[in-house]
Design a protein around this ligand. Structure first.
Ligand code: NAD
Ligand code: WQD
Length: 343
């Protein structure tokens, strides 16, 4: 019989791609989402790609009694992937309590439900933001955690601590925390992708919306950093590759191949790419000239970060497959799809 995986935040950007990858692997998927940052139609995209419509519950995971009632009604869940969280760094600075309540509260409720209903495995969405500006590059999983640069970043650090302590106190529980670098791109079908509400904060949606004519101009935040071309450097990971790492992590726990009850992995490509290189690559693969200007640095940006992926590559037997060209083309095809333009 198929094993059931609960995907919280599963109509969101990374959750929807992971739902597809799980269904492709033969898992039964249940999605819980409050639709605060995603739309129900995402389920149509998942169904078109996989031929299967995952079960869906619209539920706000900050309400502990509702979470309890949910777990009670779904008796056989083999593992949880906990994506649900608020993720806008700037908003977390102006409204920190929203972030502490949503990101910590939902995790606590999910873990309480797991303990009570005997569910042993959780994959948690962490972030490279926990490293801040590391003194040593690339960053490994043992690179020291720096003081968080935003309440959002702090929630990811605290969530990892909550997980570590809970796993230490409950020998039945296992956790894989995945520290994502910068997820970008969309499913090759262009049927699911990133759906930023309002003006995007992140680089790639801003690039595609500018090329589409929705934004007048991309602002490049600084060209005076100590990097090869002066613009910031990040590790941009294809979202489908990222999704597959979740499936590998789930397989690992379900088959008891995890070596420790709490494991942490960097998920990136291992390559640092600058903002200006991103623009040039986008222009090359899409044939779209991008209107951009160099402006002042953005407050709170780190200069450069990219992942040492050897632990994830060796331990999980996982590595990224997509190249940056294909990834940016997939983001552009998705932008065209949502604006109703033919690819
Ligand atoms: P997203 O906003 O697209 O998806 C998150 C989903 O969670 C949304 O569908 C939202 O409606 C839902 N959600 C939020 N609060 C909820 C609640 N209280 N109850 C039920 N559902 C709730 O974000 P994403 O980019 O897919 O990110 C998924 C996870 O990965 C998040 O935990 C995020 O912090 C983490 N992460 C994202 C990035 C990134 O750049 N996208 C990088 C590192 C880590
Ligand atoms: C990438 C680069 C910008 C927009 C954020 C979070 C991090 C993680 C991933 C969740 C930077 C530059 C951007 C624009 C630009 N999320 N840029 N013009 O800041 O690396 O990481 O998302 O955990 O926690 O902080 O991603 O996409 O915002 O920026 O020049 O309009 O693009 O300065 O160098 P970032 P980003």
């Amino acid at each position: 019989m198929k094993k059931t995986i609960l995907v919280t935040g599963g109509t969101g950007y990374i959750g929807s791609h992971t739902a597809v990858a799980l269904i492709d692997e033969g898992y039964d998927v249940v999605i819980v989402d409050n639709l605060s940052n995603s739309k129900m139609e995402v389920l149509d995209g998942i169904e078109k790609i996989t031929g299967i419509r995952p079960r869906f519950e619209q539920l706000d995971l900050v309400y502990s009694e509702r979470v309890d009632a949910f777990f009670k009604s779904y008796a056989k869940i083999s593992a949880v992937i906990h994506f649900a969280a608020s993720k806008a760094v700037g908003e977390s600075v102006s409204n920190p309590l929203k972030y502490y309540q949503n990101n910590l509260g939902t995790l606590v409720n999910v873990l309480q439900g797991m303990e009570k209903y005997d569910i042993s495995n959780i994959v948690f969405s962490s972030s490279c933001t926990v490293y801040g500006q590391s003194d040593i590059l690339p960053v490994t999983e043992n690179t020291p955690i720096k003081e968080a640069m935003s309440p959002y970043g702090n929630t990811k650090q605290i969530c990892e601590e909550i997980l570590r302590d809970t796993v230490a106190a409950n020998e039945k529980l296992s956790c894989v925390a995945l520290r994502y670098f910068n997820p970008v791109g969309a499913h090759a079908s262009a049927l699911i992708g990133e759906l930023p509400l309002g003006v995007p904060d992140n680089l790639v949606p801003f690039i595609t919306q500018t090329a589409m004519g929705i934004r007048e101009k991309l602002r490049v935040f600084g060209d005076d950093y100590n990097t090869p071309d002066g613009s910031c450097v990040r590790d941009y990971i294809n979202v489908v590759d990222l999704a597959k790492a979740h499936v590998v992590s789930i397989n690992r726990m379900i088959n008891n191949q995890n070596k420790k009850h709490m494991e942490i992995f960097n998920l990136g490509t291992g390559n640092g790419v600058s903002v200006l290189e991103m623009i040039k690559t986008f222009e090359k693969v899409t044939g779209q000239a991008l209107n951009y200007e160099i402006v002042a640095r953005r407050a709170g940006d780190i200069e450069q970060v990219w992942a040492d992926t050897s632990f994830a590559n060796n331990e999980l037997g996982w590595k990224t497959e997509a190249n940056l060209e294909d990834t940016l083309l997939s983001a552009w095809n998705w932008e065209k799809h949502i604006r109703g333009k033919k690819s």
